[in-house]
Design a protein around this ligand. Structure first.
Ligand SMILES: [Fe+2]
Length: 275
């Protein structure tokens, strides 16, 4: 198993960030290159929100609504923990309402979504209520210019509710595979499932980071998913993973050298640097 981090990940072309007006959230822009991306998907833009942890209307929620409405992306991915309490439901719906993308908007559930939304139906009812299609151990096929890409989503791996073999059942061999999962530890199974790109959150970047050191804790809940996998890009074999620092907080309402993040990713069909 080959693990690479940060700039050593061959597929990472560039990474930049800028602060959203009026709040502490950073917009991180990531360019990724894949030699096997179908040509019709070259330039694909993905908007990504993770770990919103919304409990009520705040200035950050208003800023997120404005930022989301201003984005021009092809696909939206929401990687779980949208909620911190039931009063957050209408606020999440405000954000979903302004998500526009020709290929659609898709979500996976996080551990908090299971905890906060305890109706018998659980997260499927929550995501239906906010109007966000949920990939619940299943997949969909994205079509563009006559080419296809599989978008796979698993239920929360942190609570071992993920079932990746079931989620990829019926995906055609050879399709470029993108996986959405709440927590990044699933990367070790994703390699065997032919996944090329994993988008995840859950770690909140560790919440407390030190300059030159990074996250003090990964909080992934998975052995082998270390502190260096708490934020940003890394790869495990052919799987390129990008982990968002997310927006909210959980175990302690504190972030140190770890600003909240919204992300846009652009995928390019390009050769690897070491090819
Ligand atoms: Fe979270």
């Amino acid at each position: 198993m080959t693990v690479r981090y940060g700039s050593a990940v061959n597929e990472v072309a560039s990474l930049s960030s800028e602060r959203l007006p009026g709040c502490s959230v950073e917009h991180v822009q990531v360019d990724l290159r894949f030699p096997d991306l179908p040509p019709a998907f070259d330039g694909l833009r993905i908007g990504m929100l993770s770990d919103l942890h919304i409990a009520r209307r705040t200035r950050t929620v208003d800023a997120l609504v404005d930022w989301t409405a201003a984005q021009s992306v092809d696909l939206w991915a929401v990687t779980g923990d949208v909620l911190e309490g039931l009063e957050g439901v209408p606020q999440v719906a405000r954000i979903v309402e302004v998500m526009r993308a020709p290929l659609g908007c898709f979500a996976v559930a996080g551990n908090n979504d299971h905890r906060c939304y305890t109706l018998p139906e659980g997260p499927p009812a929550l995501f239906r209520e906010v109007g966000l299609p949920l990939l619940d151990n299943t997949h969909t096929v994205l079509s563009r210019g006559g080419a296809r890409v599989a978008l796979i989503g698993v239920d929360d791996p942190y609570r071992a509710k993920d079932d990746l073999p079931r989620a990829v059942e019926g995906v055609d061999d050879g399709l470029f595979r993108v996986l959405l999962a709440h927590s990044p530890g699933v990367v070790f199974h994703a390699a065997a499932a032919g996944v090329r790109l994993l988008l995840a959150g859950h770690t909140h970047g560790g919440q407390i980071r030190l300059p030159w050191v990074g996250a003090l804790m990964a909080r992934s809940g998975v052995r082998g998913c270390g502190r260096r996998m708490a934020a940003g890009a890394f790869s495990v074999d052919q799987v390129v993973a990008y982990v968002s620092r997310g927006i909210g907080t959980s175990w302690i309402a504190l972030r140190v050298f770890c600003p909240p993040e919204v992300t846009t990713l652009r995928l390019h069909r390009e050769e690897r640097r070491d090819a």
